[in-house]
Design a protein around this ligand. Sequence first.
Ligand code: ATP
Ligand code: FE
Length: 347
Amino acid sequence: LVFLGIESSCDDTAAAVVTAGRQILSSVVAGQGNLHADFGGVVPEIAARAHAEKLDLCVEEALTKAGLTLARLDGVAVTAGPGLIGGVMAGVMLAKGIAAGTGLPLVGVNHLAGHALTPQLTDGIGFPYVMLLVSGGHCQFLRVEGSDYFTRLGGTIDDAPGEAFDKLARLLGLPQPGGPSVEAEAAQGDAARFDLPRPLLDRPGFDMSFSGLKTAALRQRDALVAAQGGLYERDRADLCAGFQAAVSDLLAGKAARVLAAHPAPVLAVAGGVAANRTIRDALETVAQQAGVRFVAPPLALCTDNAAMIAWAGIQRFRAGQQDDLSLIARPRWPLDQSAAPMLGAGK
Ligand code: ATP
Ligand code: FE
């Protein structure tokens, strides 16, 4: 089986060709980075228009790089949600057009299922496994029981860590995306200088909170600015180090609780924040202490991409599920709601 995958739910336009044998024949990701630079965040209308402009080219490039024509494919998988509705619609419309024009099966995929099934694609792990999905828009622990069977164990009750990193970077005058800039600063800093909170860490349960931590870091910044008229290089590095250490403690602390309560052979991570070395190392240590294998896909497959969508589509298709031209784009779509039925799924 060979599937084309299409992804356009946030600010990356992506297309990929993947086989059921876990081969990624091509994976093209076109970001929109500077299109939104002046606005301090992704602007939905701008994103949708850019997706509409770029999708065709991405698909063409993915097919060319894979050395295949549409006629050689076995299906088309597309992110049908959750995400910014204009972008998701642009992808779904293109996928429908391809399916209608070629007669290829069409499979709608939940974007989060794409992230959650990535460790299977990259490392060939079996079910079940525990997954921490931690990105700019999401933060949750999942127990993955099957390719269409996810149990959400807990997650952030406010911000996602990625957006907190981005916000902190913005307020410290560091470049976006914030995660890598904060990590670079943190490498020079003293994580112990500022006393930052670890909300909910000692509470039972698997929910997490990051907004209090963000606010506390900003208060420290404001106090420094008030006291000395600005920030020294040193202050910035120490704040970044403290913040990163707190996020790392929160994620690792909760991961340890999750593994204790829901034993599984593997702890997997995905999402852009999983690129952070300190966070990755802390999670790996937790897995080792629990006697569990740790799997972290390569960065390019941790962040948004279409290979994961093609892969998740292949899994749905193998399970006998596919969609027809009534497939709709869904702005919200919780993962532990079954991926099927897609039809009339406006609820
Ligand atoms: P989602 O996938 O949830 O829809 P997204 O597109 O923002 O949202 P990703 O592309 O997976 O998510 O990740 C981007 C986020 O990851 C950004 O918030 C970015 O700051 C963060 N990030 C990237 N690298 C690092 C890093 N080294 N340390 C911490 N955070 C990072
Ligand atoms: Fe994503």
